[in-house]
Design a protein around this ligand. Structure first.
Ligand code: ASP
Length: 452
């Protein structure tokens, strides 16, 4: 059995959904289909999920919402018309949206989640109706039937029992159409995953039914070895391990959600990233293991928006518990960190800047100074992390030297270097303004010149 997931652009219009039907029909093993909400039909279009967020915000402010609600209904109506479905499905969608906006607003986040999820939920109903209308027996299944998730305040994830609950879908006769992006808590409260979270739903389903393959259909032929918006014509990645993909999607490879690897990784279900608009292209396969031949580096990613907390204190290395106390201060502010490069008497904690506000920055600085008696403490913003990834890096000497030389040619200073113990990645922290230049220089070094 194959589980496939179709992303926003793959289900954005009637024409796209017809392509989805053809893809599903062409292989009888494709029995479970997870779908996103309709995404952008062109560059300047708005995703239904974003329209729904606007609607939720307006409802929270008790503003007039009828117009916003109608815009969403019209998007579905245009799709239904293009697929020659009668309008009963649109009435169902309009009624569903009215019901949702009337819902409990006492918790803002949960209210927004319930509206946001309407894009996927209604699209799944519509797509199931369309499949049936063209003679492909299909059934909409709600995440209510088994996709249980945790409670607030932690970010949403599937509870272990979700897998057992969903496992019976394995024996389905019809095609299951399952909405991506959300689940329900044990108390029956809807919660969405992070943005792009339909990838996670597909992965949970693939793991639950122990699929032979998880196909993730998007709008590009494959994963590229570097961002094609920055690097001209980058090499296509044909095969990549879970670990490599995890490292790359951490820093900017947005083709596949980084959290989506976990469920399939545990069971060892391979993933194939494919293009709805060009389904015969082989795509990129994400596999548990691969033999490393040729280039040691598989991909280079870069992401901006990092801050560093620099702390120095004489004899820090002798002080038992210093690191724990420092990280405790961040935990108290609910901040997660990414790297902690350290020296004898100093340590930097690198974190995503979007977690830092003027207020918590001030609190952190004063607590580190006063409670840890640090000699110096500074918070700096505006960093990028550049990550070089490859299973072949472990057995290759001189890679760090080559990377550092390539970076030095751009004139940028390397603020931080971190090599994970698994040695499949090498991370460089640099000032944000050098990010693109460095990415190009590293790509030149490791890919353009075929030197291995
Ligand atoms: N529709 C959601 C989003 O735009 C989830 C998804 O498409 O994966 O983030």
């Amino acid at each position: 059995m194959i589980v496939c997931k179709f992303g926003g652009t793959s289900v954005a219009s009637a024409e796209q959904i017809q392509k989805v039907a053809n893809i599903v029909k062409s292989n009888p093993a494709r029995k479970i289909v997870a779908v996103s909400a309709p995404g952008k039909r062109s560059g300047d279009d708005i995703k239904v999920t974003d329209l729904l967020i606007n609607l939720a915000m307006a409802a929270l402010k008790n503003e007039e919402i009828e117009e916003e609600l109608q815009i969403v209904v019209n998007r579905f109506m245009a799709i239904a018309d293009g697929l020659e479905l009668d309008h009963t499905i649109c009435d169902v969608i309009a009624e569903d949206l009215h019901e949702r906006v009337q819902g409990d607003k006492s918790n803002k986040e949960l209210f927004i989640d319930s509206i946001k999820a309407a894009g996927e939920d209604n699209n799944a109903k519509l797509i199931a109706a369309y499949f049936n209308s063209i003679g492909m027996p299909a059934r909409y299944v709600s995440p209510k039937d088994g996709l249980v998730v945790n409670d607030l305040p932690e970010r949403t994830y599937a509870l272990p029992e979700a897998y057992a609950n969903l496992a019976p879908l394995k024996s389905t006769k019809e095609i299951i159409v399952f909405p991506g992006f959300f689940g329900y808590t044990k108390a029956g409260i809807l919660r969405t995953f992070d943005r792009g979270g339909s990838d996670i739903t597909g992965s949970i389903l693939a793991a639950a039914v122990e699929a032979e393959l998880y196909e993730n259909f998007t709008d590009v032929d494959c994963v590229f070895s570097a961002n094609p918006k920055v690097v001209n014509d980058p090499v296509e990645i044909k095969e990549i391990t879970y670990r490599e993909m995890r490292e790359l999607s951490y820093a900017g490879f947005s083709v596949f959600h980084d959290e989506a690897l976990m469920p399939v990784y545990k069971i060892g279900v391979p993933v194939n990233i494919k293009n709805t608009n060009n389904p015969s292209a082989p795509g990129t396969r994400i596999v548990p293991r691969r033999s490393v031949t040729g280039r040691p580096v598989t991909g280079i990613s870069a992401d901006s928006g990092f801050s560093t907390l620099y702390v120095s204190k004489y004899l820090m290395n002798r002080e038992v518990g210093f690191g724990r106390k420092l990280l405790q201060i961040l935990e108290d502010e609910n901040i997660s960190y990414e790297h902690t490069p350290s020296g004898l008497d100093d340590i930097s904690v690198i974190m995503r800047s979007n977690q830092i506000t003027l207020e918590n920055e001030e609190r952190i600085l004063s607590r580190v100074k006063n409670e840890l008696n640090a000699d110096d403490v500074q918070m700096r913003h505006g960093f990028s992390m550049i990550v070089i990834v490859g299973e072949g890096m472990r057995n290759n000497t001189g890679l760090a030297a080559r990377a550092a030389t390539a970076i030095s040619k751009t004139g940028a200073n390397i603020e931080m270097i971190n090599q994970g113990s698994s040695e499949v990645s090498l991370v460089f922290g640099v000032l944000q303004e050098y990010e693109n230049q460095i990415l190009q220089a590293l790509y030149e070094e490791f890919f353009a010149h075929a030197r291995v």
